[in-house]
Design a protein around this ligand. Sequence first.
Ligand code: FRU
Length: 501
Amino acid sequence: MTSQTLRDARKYEEVYEKNISGESRPAFHLSARIGWMNDPNGFSYYDGKYHMFYQYHPYDCHWGPMHWGHAVSADLLHWEYLPAALAPDESYDKDGCYSGSALTLPDGRQLLMYTGVVREPQKNGGFLEIQTQCLAVGDGRDYEKYAHNPVLDEKDLPKGSSRYDFRDPKMWQRADGTYLCVVGNRPADGSGQVVMFESTDGFQWKFKKVLAENQGRFGLMWECPDFFFLDGKAVLITSPQDMLPKELEYHNGNGTLCLIGDYDKETDTFTQQHDQSIDYGIDFYAPQTILTPDGRRIMIGWMQNWDTCTLRNTDLPWFGQMSLPRELSIKNGRLYQQPLRELEGLRCNRAAYKNVVFHETTVLPGIKGRRIDMELSLAPGDAERMYEKFAVRFAQNDRYYTAFSFRPKESVLKIDRKFSGTRKAIIHQRRSLVNAKNGELKLRLILDRFSAELFINDGEQTMTAVIYTDLDADGISFYADGSVRMDIVKFDLEEKEYETV
Ligand code: FRU
């Protein structure tokens, strides 16, 4: 039975999304149907389609009582909205249905696991959130919450672990048909840990072990864990809160973390060998992955960060976008990310130049646009003298631009969206150390109307940022201090319309 709360949300989104024109949304990134969107949830392939749910507050452009929004896609680029899937309408989730995941049951139904939130008033007038794990079962459109919710609560946690920070279950099925899930949690030391639970039927869950402990190394609480095997390695991704910076690898605040290591399937023991940021730009958080039917591990993140949510004016009808789906691989102990290969199907209007040597600001005929896929290969233009700086400016007119700039002597690549039209004093720049030998660097820049995603050295690193620059700022220019030689191939990316099923 659909609750009144869910019926209200469904009615609201259906009526009010009509006020949002196609041009005021991204063309091939999923955005909130109406109101607010954060984390990707329940990313799955079910009944012949990709499903993406998301943290959703339809009534406002701010975070509020969390619902689950819902969209489906055949190719991960064209999304169709479905009615909201979950609303905070039960005693155990009345203050929010937080992040979670999905899988397909043997009987063909789809199982969702999410965090139910109930606010507990405190003596000081504030409140803490009691977080438990809950289930809902459905047919890909309508979901019924499980009668025995919650299925995991504080009683299932190791002693000293917090019942207030216990969220974001990610489930998967093992080869033997049983299920595991990982959940973010906070142990007695106040930092983060990932706890693992197992189940034979998807409904009755029991504690298995602490899969990974933060021990204060990477921020505090670890949100939105995901665990999978890829290219012979075990990979744990999570989004730590309250990070301290570490050189240019990790920045302050909410960050992303990828731990790569080995896994002993007999004892379910994860041994970490490498750590890295997932994205080195400004706006990327809480990513979730799936294994596609053709065996690719694909990741989508919330293309935003909690620390920069005020970038956009809040009187607008929608807030929040998902990143491009990214194909993952592991090479030499590093996570590589490449844009979903289907994106190439949207390419049109090719423009290419080889061996362009330039010394100052340069504009190239045919190189402009706000929905583009552009590959650049850089090298010094003068074999005797290394250049000082290269920059590509985009979303540019006489008032605005955003830039990626590279200083080969420091091997530092920087994004700067200070002049993108923002009126807020928040983080607008971020720098990353990149691998570049002799001033050579490969970049692939994907622009959608309101975002820039940069893939560096064939996916060795990424830098992502949203920009809300006026759409008529569609210029692109290149700049060199010194002499730069550049090959460039640029495509426009075709428009695709959003549809409602
Ligand atoms: C991460 C997060 C999750 C939580 C959700 C609430 O961005 O804080 O831990 O489930 O957002 O909307």
